[in-house]
Design a protein around this ligand. Structure first.
Ligand SMILES: [Fe+2]
Length: 132
């Protein structure tokens, strides 16, 4: 397993957050100190950034949609989304440019626990854990 994948798997066990639109949100704490992974309940130094950085999750049929309500400019933008299953399997990811919109969608392989991630070039790595 790659270091990146192992990091994601471990990091996501620390995640918590909110999801909307037919998915169940959950909150839990993990082994990481504030400042590694940001969630709704652990936004650390970015407390005022939750609304614009926490991945918003909705389900439309057999697809999960991840949106980050964040502006996009060449100096400040959302770099990437990832959808990861509860066992650490990466379902998919999307890389954004400053000209793009931070919205992505993925086919859901089945019911279970998932993690939506969003990375801002200035405000770090955010995670929303949800169950379908
Ligand atoms: Fe940001």
């Amino acid at each position: 397993m790659s270091d990146r994948r192992q990091f994601l798997k471990i990091a996501l066990t620390a995640a918590a957050g909110v999801a909307v639109g037919g998915v169940k949100a959950s909150a839990e704490t993990g082994p990481f100190p504030s400042g590694v992974v940001y969630t709704e309940s652990d936004s650390g130094m970015w407390k005022k950034k939750v609304g614009s950085h926490l991945p918003q999750v909705s389900v439309d049929g057999d697809k999960v949609i991840i949106e980050t309500r964040h502006g996009m400019s060449s100096d400040h933008y959302i770099v990437r989304h990832t959808l990861v299953a509860g066992d650490g399997t990466v379902i998919g990811s999307k890389v954004f440019t400053p000209e793009g919109k931070p919205i992505s969608s993925y086919a859901i392989p089945g019911k279970g626990c998932y993690f939506a991630t969003s990375f801002c070039n200035l405000h770090d790595f955010w995670v929303t854990k949800f169950t379908i």
